[in-house]
Ligand binder design. Sequence first.
Ligand SMILES: Cc1ncc(COP(=O)(O)O)c(C=O)c1O
Length: 402
Amino acid sequence: MLNCQKDQFSIPDNIHYLNGAYFSPLMKKLELIGHQAVSRKARPFDIGIDHFYEPIKQLKNSFAQLINSDASRIAIIPSVSYGIATVTKNIEFGDQKKIVMCEEQFPSNYYSWKKLADEKGLTIEMVKASSNFEQRSIDWNKNILDAIDKETKVVTLGNVHWADGTYFDLKAIRQKATEVNALLIIDGTQSIGALPFDMQEIQADAVICAAYKWLLGPYGSALAYYGTYFDNGEPIEENWINRLESENFKNLVNYQAAYQAGAERFGVGQKSNFINTPIVHAAIEQLLEWGVDNVQQYCKQLSQNTVYQLKEMGCLIDNEAQRSGHLFGIRTNNRFDMDKLLTAFQKHHVYVSRRGNAIRVAPNVYNDERNFEVLLECFKLARKRIGTRICTDNLNTDTFPV
Ligand SMILES: Cc1ncc(COP(=O)(O)O)c(C=O)c1O
């Protein structure tokens, strides 16, 4: 079991930062690596050709290890929208004209599909969540599986829903997608790094993951896996470094028709990013050392007591098996005064997010028990009173507005 890693971060004791799904904090040692990386630009005479290639090679190796895949299939990109644009540019639809995704998917994994659907006359089926709270995740997964039919060319979603951590059974979804010859495209931004993700098991056709959340890296970097379907694909931009033998700087204007091997062609221009690359690399190495499974177990165990008490107070929170431990939604089920709750969060420096009709709580290894105690105190302060009695009834599972 992993111990609390708070001392490796710069979060003050009076700050209860439960918002890793928004932005992760940078570890102290990564801050130092970042400072050194910035300083390198002051000494351009120390930057050699190898610096363009070696650090990104190491980064790709680390990410490949994290998701248990082959490093030659990894590309360095700046954002999820960039990675998804590459995917949408390279799919032949033929007779299968349907794209399946979940309701309220994150926009970076929606807009490119919407544009493509409008251009090519495709349909997007956004599978709705169930209104039966107790069965929400089970029904939602079943509805997704039901939506995947012989018309379906693409299924695209995350391992968990970004707003409330609802768990999607990617193994079952992969199986159904394979049966109908559909591609599986994963946005791993809200899970990879905190929830185990194994490419040997999931066999996704593409995986896109921003670095600034659960990979504990900086903003402006993301990683992508592209499978064999994309082998001869077209990148969304043409840059010099993706071309074969770009290492030969004196030969760059002997223009080269061929790309570098594997997924290299899909990398963004200036992918060597001398500042971000060493930080993301060291962050992933740290995750590998901790073990992603241990990160998930830590988050689950840390939040267990508070989740139990919030449910006792009438909040709706998915059962552990149906959601992630590092990201989950609390629906206040009309039992709390929302203004009071938000004021309490502000006053006691509790950082969470409001997403959809849920309060999203997203802990990580830098959080401790005190953070959850203070979160619980805020809810206690905001409990609605019915007459003179504080509302503690059992759950009403019919409605769950915030
Ligand atoms: C699920 C998910 N995907 C992607 C992103 C970020 O997308 P982009 O890298 O295009 O800014 C976020 C940010 O919150 C997210 O939650």
